[in-house]
Write a protein that binds this ligand. Structure first.
Ligand code: KIV
Ligand code: ZN
Length: 531
């Protein structure tokens, strides 16, 4: 990607599907990644880092599908991550090459702590690897990004030497990661200013920032980077990512938007798509958003104290610096009921950016009718939740077919469940538990022959009101591997069962990926570390 002509234009590089997907317990399959990538394109991000293709056939396939299919409304740059090894770069190229705008992002650490202990090599070797990697990538395409990993804990002079090499070999973006979230805003600014002095050619390429949130400074550091001259921010929806996560996309974008008059920087993001993107990522990853999270938390625009409510009723700006509609939180216009027909549903889905026809429309309509029978009004938020739920139905290994629960305050609850197995058979299981939800979960364990342990369980309402759809979220552990899942239904027990079955399927899938990876690395020269 060439440097934008507008010096105030900030490129938004979304790494939800790469760094974000490295969060513990998240395991998205190709279809889910495609869904998220499509929404990121609608949101208007400039670059989608779609994955790390060498790490597994599944990652490769997902990046390739995204490269081929995510083109609307404007084709974003599709980036694939690669270590400096030729095989990584070849895999990244093969995965992204069908994109309208492909990018290879290659990285190697420049901190002594990583060079000595992790890479177990020398600074000279790192320079050689960086040179070879960028040169190799440049044989394939023009748009090459280089990252000196753990840069903020590295000697700035040495990092500058490595960046100079990358630029000499043709890197078009230089990204300076705060890999372990250690730096402070004033230090990061000073580091980048010094790099500009040491590497004058940095002014001819795009300088990028990639900050982790270990000390809660990811957005502040990213902003400090922009003030020092960076014009690409690497960030993730809902701030997900390794450990404490990455800079949150919605926060950095809304900071630039809200304080535009003072800061003078702009992005191409359609801020009205923020809330929907956040909800989709939360549902598919199973990572919920804390209620008081800036911009997208459910309390971000709620006023509790009487004085605040009074002020907002008189004039919104008394206590609100942003309008909720700007981030897509408007009271949605779509309201369907039990008399709404197939066509009305199709139109409502189209408004949500989903083209439903044929079998997809039939399935969506059947599920919609079930809900509409129990719930007076079906809103856009309900439809979104259902769509995501339906999407999951096609991909999971086990499925909850039916359940019976006997619950009473006078004896322990008993549950029996019927589970469809990935092979198409039905297995049943029963359990007498501490509570009805516990009984269902353990009955599912019995039916599937798995001894999963529940780690987290949450219930939320999709919308307000007594007849709201319930959305449940489960994180469990199976033999040291975690899995997460969500479920939606007007019946909380059913939603809980669905979420548990999905979490279990995800853990089983992750177990088999881990086993394959172990088998592969037993023969490969070295394991694939997650950056
Ligand atoms: O945090 C990090 O350093 C990374 C790099 C691969 C950019 O994620
Ligand atoms: Zn990172």
């Amino acid at each position: 990607m060439t440097k934008p002509e507008d010096p105030n234009r900030v490129l938004i590089f979304d790494t939800t599907l790469r760094d974000g997907e490295q969060s513990p317990g998240i395991s998205l399959n190709t279809q889910e990644k495609l869904e998220i990538a499509g929404q990121l394109a609608r949101l208007g991000v400039d670059v989608i880092e779609a994955g790390f293709p060498i790490t597994s056939p599944g990652d490769f396939e997902a990046v390739q599908e995204i490269a081929r299919r995510v083109v609307d409304p404007v084709p974003p740059v599709i980036a694939g991550l690669a270590r400096t090894h030729a095989a990584d770069i070849d895999a990244a190229w093969n995965a992204v090459k069908d994109a309208a705008r492909p990018r290879i992002h290659t990285f190697i650490s420049t901190s002594d702590i990583h060079i000595r202990h992790q890479l177990q090599t020398t600074r000279e070797d790192v320079k050689g690897q960086a040179r070879a990697a960028v040169a190799h990538a440049k044989q394939y395409l023009d748009d090459v990004e280089f990252s000196p990993m753990d840069a903020t804990r590295a000697d700035v002079e040495f990092t500058a030497e490595v960046c100079q090499i990358a630029i000499d070999e043709g890197a078009t973006t230089i990204n300076i990661p705060d890999t372990v979230g250690y730096t402070m805003p004033h230090e990061y600014t000073a580091y980048l200013e010094r790099l500009y002095e040491l590497v004058p050619g940095l002014r001819d390429v795009v300088l990028s920032v990639h900050c982790h949130d270990d000390l809660g400074l990811a957005v502040a550091n990213s902003f400090a980077g922009l003030r020092a001259g960076a014009r690409q921010v690497e960030c993730a929806i809902n701030g997900i990512g390794e450990r404490a996560g990455n800079a949150s996309l919605e926060e950095i974008v809304m900071l630039l938007h809200t304080r535009q008059a003072d800061v003078g920087l702009n992005t191409r993001v359609n801020t009205r798509e923020i809330a929907r993107t956040s909800r989709l990522v939360s549902r598919l990853t199973g990572y919920s958003v804390q209620p008081n999270k800036a911009i997208i938390g459910r309390n971000a625009f709620a006023h509790e104290s009487g004085i605040h409510q009074d002020g907002v009723l008189k004039e919104r700006t008394t206590y609100e610096i942003m309008d909720a509609t700007t981030v897509g939180l408007e009271a949605n216009s779509i309201v369907l009921g039990k008399h709404s027909g197939r066509h009305a549903l199709q139109q409502a889905l189209a408004e949500l950016g989903v083209e439903a026809k044929g079998q997809t429309l039939n399935t969506a309509f059947k599920r919609f009718k079930e809900i509409a029978d129990k719930k007076k009004q079906v809103t856009a938020m309900d439809l979104e939740a259902l769509l995501t739920d339906e999407l999951r139905e096609e991909i999971v290994g086990f499925q909850l077919e039916w359940f019976d629960v006997e619950a009473s305050s006078r004896r322990p609850p008993h549950a029996t469940v019927g589970i469809r197995t990935p092979e198409g058979g039905e297995a049943t299981g029963s359990f007498t538990g501490d509570g009805p939800v516990d009984a269902i979960f353990r009955a599912i364990n019995a039916a599937t022959g798995r001894d999963a342990k529940l780690r987290e369980f949450r219930v939320d309402a999709v919308t307000g009101g007594q007849d709201a759809l319930g959305e449940t979220s489960v994180v469990l552990e199976l033999g040291g591997v975690s899995g997460s899942g969500q479920g939606v239904s007007t019946d909380i027990l059913e939603a809980a069962g669905r979420a548990y079955v999905r979490a279990l399927s995800s853990a089983v899938r992750r177990q088999s990926i881990t086993t394959e990876a172990v088998a592969a690395t037993a023969t490969a020269a070295e394991p694939i570390p997650a950056p």
